[in-house]
Design a protein around this ligand. Structure first.
Ligand SMILES: Nc1nc2c(c(=O)[nH]1)N[C@H]1C(S)=C(S)[C@@H](COP(=O)(O)OP(=O)(O)OC[C@H]3O[C@@H](n4cnc5c(=O)[nH]c(N)nc54)[C@H](O)[C@@H]3O)O[C@H]1N2
Ligand SMILES: Nc1nc2c(c(=O)[nH]1)N[C@H]1C(S)=C(S)[C@@H](COP(=O)(O)OP(=O)(O)OC[C@H]3O[C@@H](n4cnc5c(=O)[nH]c(N)nc54)[C@H](O)[C@@H]3O)O[C@H]1N2
Ligand SMILES: [Mo]
Length: 769
């Protein structure tokens, strides 16, 4: 696809210098500690780094800016309550490197666009507000007042509030998120797309429909009380390393683990606890008991086969294969589900899943014997066309077994960003929820908009047709995180103004509207003083615990502003005489924001007291106690569709996944240690037989092409690597391959881009192309 402005592809296509090493046998160990220390001392210096690490995830400290895995309710390890990748996340934020006005003066935007995400991130923390004016080649400093006035003027000049788009990434605190959505709604729109739209939206859709709440129903200590944990479409060794400690507890208490993944991810298989000397010196612990190497998007077929197996067993030898009492008392639509399921044959389903039959049997028998089951999942289930079906089918399994709302059993969608769940609880959602909006309107004396806003995909399309004219990103990296990079770039370039509230330079500063503004903010680990008084914020983790987070590091520049204050100042400037309260006063003392939250959002009554409890507090969760909060009060069985992806000759189904050295679009380094791939990200992992058949020699350079509904998308210069991956399936890294993800290939119902189900063909490069 051609770019509209500028001649460069939005994502640089050059290769670095690939090195292959042995795949390690287990996760963590000394290498992890070495890597932690290297990252911390290189970026932040050892003193500042350790000052931060000692407070991370400790009671009274700050929440790790990495993933949303919960901290223990009780004792926290003195040796450190963090993992290798959490330490990298801190190193990245606590870096002493600075992207100063001098940096922006020395590098034109067109030059920076050719830098990789890795190089961009390594330029350091942004130190002052910056503006890129129409026709200029370089960003230059602008005062905070000047920036707010410019943005407010553009917003107020729009024909309709719906011409503005307000994106949120999931690192934003509850306090900032609440103010943000309030401002956006007082301004007059529900255009609140967020990273969740590309992440666990499918889980939210499926769980709200089936059990009445879009969140996990288990607590951390359920991992030590369960018979069986099933981990689907998730790579915890890299993306939630502290989950491995919970899985270790499962094993210590005699529980079993089934992993369902197209890749034999090292972190899932064997583990050494980095903070236990006995572990470090001893043998690694086996984690996974049964590994099911499913084909990409083969999960519904596999789950259906397991469900059918259980039903057959219940009808033959094992009446207790199902929990009939639970099904009768707590659920609906069982008969519909059953008659639909019986249309299938186990053999056929298992073949479609790609899992060897004996393995399927072994897993099904283990499930048959287990009473208390936890199912965990992440992006491997949520980013497909039938992603909502994936999650609903997993729920069917738990409902069948009555393993929900019990000790040691339930659903566990493992969230990504550290506060993505909290942001949604605070009202960051494009969907207009009447009750919530009514309350907001009464409490803050305004008339909220009652029509739905744009989610991520709809926002891109609106900007493409020139409907969205101002884009404001509260964190995140919209251009790199979204699908269809060149199309999205054109959409952003259609805007009159693009604004990014950011900590570090990223591609979204370089793919911009007529005018672009960067507002540099404090990060999690930074000290936040308002009127000289230290403030803390709060976040909600993956298991619905809300707790405080207070940074302790000196900010790298005196010009940085906190997110709540940035939003308040912008709101005050934009709403002017229409503001119904003093925004700046509220953002000067975060207790005042929390008081407002406690008046509007259920579960947050007495917020200021509860959040000061050392480990925070749990939000109400009906299904945790078998109170299903669906309209009928019953949990819902559903009927679901297996994959409808069909591959023509020479086509593959591609998943875009994370390496061990990245946090989404922030690239910490070029290595993927657990997969043996070093110093290169432009790789495509392929089955060795597929390589042979396609006559693509190992390590040759290939181009990837995606054909979708008559449109062709190409990503050049990838190195083909033979890997243990099912036939017909390939893997690339996100965000380099996002250019291939078609904007219209989205999950039914949740509208999440199907970035794990991209159909591609692969061509060996010939000289000169
Ligand atoms: N260090 C680090 N931590 C992170 C992040 C990060 O980038 N770096 N990102 C954070 C965020 S926002 C999120 S959402 C999470 C993401 O956490 P994950 O979901 O673990 O991340 P992905 O790399 O997208 O991995 C998806 C896994 O699903 C598998 N998979 C892909 N397709 C399928 C399929 O069809 N079926 C099955 N069964 N498996 C499949 C892949 O092989 C891979 O192991 O991590 C969070 N934590
Ligand atoms: N192909 C493909 N695409 C995907 C995915 C995939 O698996 N495959 N995964 C999707 C998922 S799960 C997600 S969650 C999205 C992620 O989408 P985003 O959340 O938009 O992306 P991030 O890379 O997490 O955002 C990184 C940027 O956030 C800014 N930042 C960091 N800390 C802070 C802070 O404290 N405050 C503020 N204001 N800014 C900060 C920095 O400037 C940094 O450059 O990507 C999605 N896109
Ligand atoms: Mo995510």
């Amino acid at each position: 696809m051609k770019t509209k402005k500028g001649n460069y592809p939005t994502t640089p296509e050059m290769l670095s210098d690939l090195k292959l090493k042995d795949i390690p046998e287990f996760a963590t160990g000394f290498k992890a500690i070495k890597s932690t220390m290297e990252h911390i001392s290189r970026e932040a210096g050892i003193g500042r780094g350790l000052l931060g690490l000692n407070k991370m995830n400790q009671k009274g400290g700050f929440d790790c800016p990495g993933c949303a895995w919960p901290d223990p309710d009780g004792h926290r390890s003195n040796l450190g309550e963090y993992c290798e990748n959490g330490a990298k996340a801190l190193a990245e934020e606590a870096t002493t490197l600075q992207a100063t006005p001098e940096f922006f003066k020395n590098h034109r935007v067109s030059e920076l666009l050719q830098w990789t995400d890795y190089e961009l991130g390594k330029s350091g923390r942004i130190t002052e507000p910056m503006i890129l004016e129409p026709g200029d080649h370089n960003y230059k400093p602008i005062s905070w007042n000047g920036a707010f006035k410019k943005i407010a003027d553009e917003l107020n000049a729009l024909p309709s509030p719906d011409d503005a788009i307000f994106y949120t990434s999931g690192r934003t605190s509850n306090e900032a998120a609440f103010l943000h959505q309030l401002f956006v709604r007082q301004f007059g729109t529900n255009n609140l797309p967020d990273c969740s739209n590309m992440c666990h939206e499918s889980s939210g859709s499926a769980l709200s429909e089936t059990i009445g709440i879009g969140k996990a129903t288990i607590k951390l200590d359920d991992f030590s009380k369960t018979d069986l944990v099933i981990i689907m479409g998730q790579n915890p060794g890299t993306n939630h390393p502290r989950m491995l400690s919970a899985l270790e507890e499962t094993k210590r208490h005699g529980g079993k683990i089934i992993a369902i993944n197209p890749l034999p991810e090292v972190g899932l298989l064997k583990f050494k606890h980095p903070q236990k000397l006995s572990d470090m010196l001893g043998k690694p612990k086996e984690l996974t008991d049964i590994f099911l190497q499913v084909k990409i998007n083969g999960d519904v077929a596999l789950l259906k086969a397991i469900l059918l197996f259980l039903i057959n067993e219940a009808e033959k030898n094992h009446p207790d294969a199902l929990d009939r009492e639970f099904i009768q008392h707590y659920t609906e639509n069982f008969d519909l589900f059953l008659s639909d399921l019986k249309l299938n044959s186990i053999r056929d389903l298992v073949t479609r899943s790609g899992v060897p039959y004996n393995r399927f049997l072994e897993a099904s028998e283990l499930i048959l014997r287990s009473k208390k089951i936890i199912i965990c999942w992440a992006m491997g289930l949520t980013q497909h066309k039938n992603a909502v079906d994936n999650v609903r089918e997993a729920v069917n399994l738990l409902l069948l077994k009555g393993s929900i709302g019990i000790e040691g059993g339930g659903v566990c969608p493992v969230r990504g960003h550290s506060n993505v769940q909290g942001d949604r609880t605070m009202g960051i959602w494009e969907v207009a929820q009447k009750d919530f909006l009514d309350k907001l309107g009464v409490r803050f004396q305004f008339s909220p908009p009652y029509h739905n806003g744009y989610d991520v995909v709809r926002a891109i399309k609106a900007m493409e047709r020139q409907k969205g004219k101002v884009f404001i990103g509260l964190g995140g990296n919209f251009i790199s995180a979204t699908p269809d990079t060149e199309l999205t770039a054109n959409a952003l370039r259609n805007c009159k103004l693009t604004v990014q509230v950011s900590t570090k330079p990223n591609r979204s500063h370089l793919v911009h509207g007529d005018t672009a503004i960067i507002l540099p903010c404090l990060g999690r680990s930074d000290k936040d003083l308002q009127n000289g008084i230290p403030q803390f914020v709060s976040v909600e983790n993956s298991m619905g615990i809300v707790h405080s987070s207070q940074g302790n590091l000196q900010p790298v520049s005196k010009h940085l502003m906190s997110e709540p204050m940035i939003i308040a100042r912008l709101a005050q400037e934009t709403l002017g005489p229409n503001a119904t309260f003093d925004w700046v006063q509220m953002a000067s003392k975060y207790d005042l924001i929390r008081d407002a939250i406690s008046e509007v959002i259920p579960g947050f009554e007495d917020y200021n007291r509860k959040v000061r409890q050392p480990a925070g507090f749990y939000l109400p969760n009906g299904p945790r106690e078998r109170k299903f909060t669906t309209p009928s009060g019953k949990a819902q069985f559903t009927t679901n569709k297996p994959s409808d992806v069909t591959l023509k000759d020479g086509e593959f189904i591609m998943m875009t996944i994370r390496s061990h050295d990245q946090y989404n679009t922030t690239i910490y380094g070029l290595d993927d240690r657990y997969r043996g791939i070093h110093n290169e990200r432009r790789v495509v992992l392929m089955n060795r037989e597929d390589l042979q058949l396609a006559k693509i020699p190992e390590q040759s350079i290939v181009d990837l092409q995606s054909d979708f509904e008559g449109e062709k998308r190409v990503a050049k210069n990838f190195i083909a690597l033979g890997y243990d991956i099912p036939r017909g399936c390939v893997a690339t890294y996100f965000p380099e391959a996002n250019v291939l993800v078609p904007i219209n290939n989205v999950a039914r119902k949740s509208n999440t881009p199907a970035s794990k189900s991209v159909v591609v063909s692969i061509r060996k490069r010939t000289e000169g192309t």
